[in-house]
Design a protein around this ligand. Sequence first.
Ligand SMILES: C[S@@+](CC[C@H](N)C(=O)[O-])C[C@H]1O[C@@H](n2cnc3c(N)ncnc32)[C@H](O)[C@@H]1O
Length: 517
Amino acid sequence: MTAAGYITDLDYIPGFYPHMSPTAMRYAASLNRVNPPKTADGFRYLELGCGLGRSLTTLAAANPQGEFLGVDINSRHIESIEKDISAGGLTNARAITSDFVSLSQDIGTFEFLTLHGVFSWVSPEVREQILALAKKHLAPGGLLLVSYNAMPGWAHLQPIRGILRQYAALRQGDTTQRIRDALNYLVFIRDKKAKYFEDNPRAAAYVDGLLKQDLRYLAHEYLNEHWTSFYFSEVASMFGTAEMSFVGSLPIHTNFWDLCVRPEFQDLFRTTSNRLVTESHKDFCANTAFRWDIYSKQPQIIENTEDRIDLIDGLFFRSIRDDVKLPHQVNLGVVTSTVQGPLYESLLSILSHESLSLPQILGHHQLTGNTPGDVIRAIDAGVAMGLFEVSANSVPGTKSAVHPPCFVSLPFNQSILKNDLLSGRPVSLASVATGTGHSLGDFDAAILHELTKAGEAGLADRVSARLADSKRSLQKDGKPVSDEATRQEMVEQACATFIKTSLPQLSRLGIVGREST
Ligand SMILES: C[S@@+](CC[C@H](N)C(=O)[O-])C[C@H]1O[C@@H](n2cnc3c(N)ncnc32)[C@H](O)[C@@H]1O
């Protein structure tokens, strides 16, 4: 069963995507010298094709001053979101069942408009509908985030989609059965060394990744009637027609070509300042397969780097951990880059204790002698290379120990912990401090749930009982653990590690509060 070629008889999987947070979009815009919408006093956020809505609801819980609207054609998706909204006590989120073309015209304008997992998977007509909606409903100066399968990274993988879809179409049964059969066929011809796989060893290896995926994800990725991987320039041209300009991309390091391509390509980038050209060079040199791009309608350009200081509010920076040592090396796909030097040493020492805004950082006595431009560049490069994190509000520095009893503050997080117990998928909890969600393995989430429900006494026994009731197995060296004593020992160790390591972090993010005793 499909609507405009998109499957509707099988629900998608719930997932939270941090790139969709206003904080991530605002920071990406500001580093590309585009003044982002202000958020402190409220904003409107629209997600088109919101699926099961985990990004929408988590962001609504993390940004109580924002108003969130999700739209999806699949009514079961919307019913599930409505349950999450009600269970989490969210008064600032709403979801409606509609296709894009019939969406009511009186929904107003939005400072943020997002679509993840939609643009490559719908027909050209539906893409036109999306562009028309964006043109009408994105507020001037607002930011739009679109993700899509990109070329040339998909070039050698495109036949995988063709094989899966064509084989599934020949099979009987429901969508789950047909994707399962198609996957088995793919593995069969890969293992028998069909010439396509022999000639494309990376495609052969890619099949192993597919085997680890949820069948619902695979059906939504590969079985829709439409499926297109775009060159960056094609998407920029479509959004250009809808009067929107390219701003930048996520993750943050993709805005720095020198972190994405090998140094021998630098002349391609140094000889042009045209961003539309450099993005294409980057995709060819890095073989990009997926893009998260930000567009804006009537972007307000920040003329000088230093002007960012006065214009941007609600962006705070802190070091990712308090024990980061320099030189810090990071490989973001193609090149290994190193962060070192006295300026970074000072920034790390300042930002491991507390998160600070740009004006606060620039006014810090430890940084006198550095120009604002140098400090801002170091912050941006540090975020790109994973040294610093960006948050919507000030977040305290690392807390040493947090002793239970403690509680989960937001009703939304409480309901997620309760309802997603040991689902086998990571759980994302909302933090008002950061304005985004933070992922926790489902096993750690079960420990947190038990800890906050009934305290530390007997914690491991209660978590073990939960495990026994669920279908979730504990793994050691990639194999399920069946021996009872080993299982108990592993659970006890996991509980102790959680209390020592994860609990202080969750407390710092305001996700866990400490009960006054
Ligand atoms: C791959 S899912 C992505 C869901 C969600 N954005 C996420 O990140 O988890 C794509 C969603 O777009 C919805 N969709 C597809 N075509 C649509 C249309 N024409 N109008 C409204 N929703 C549509 C589907 O029902 C599906 O839930």
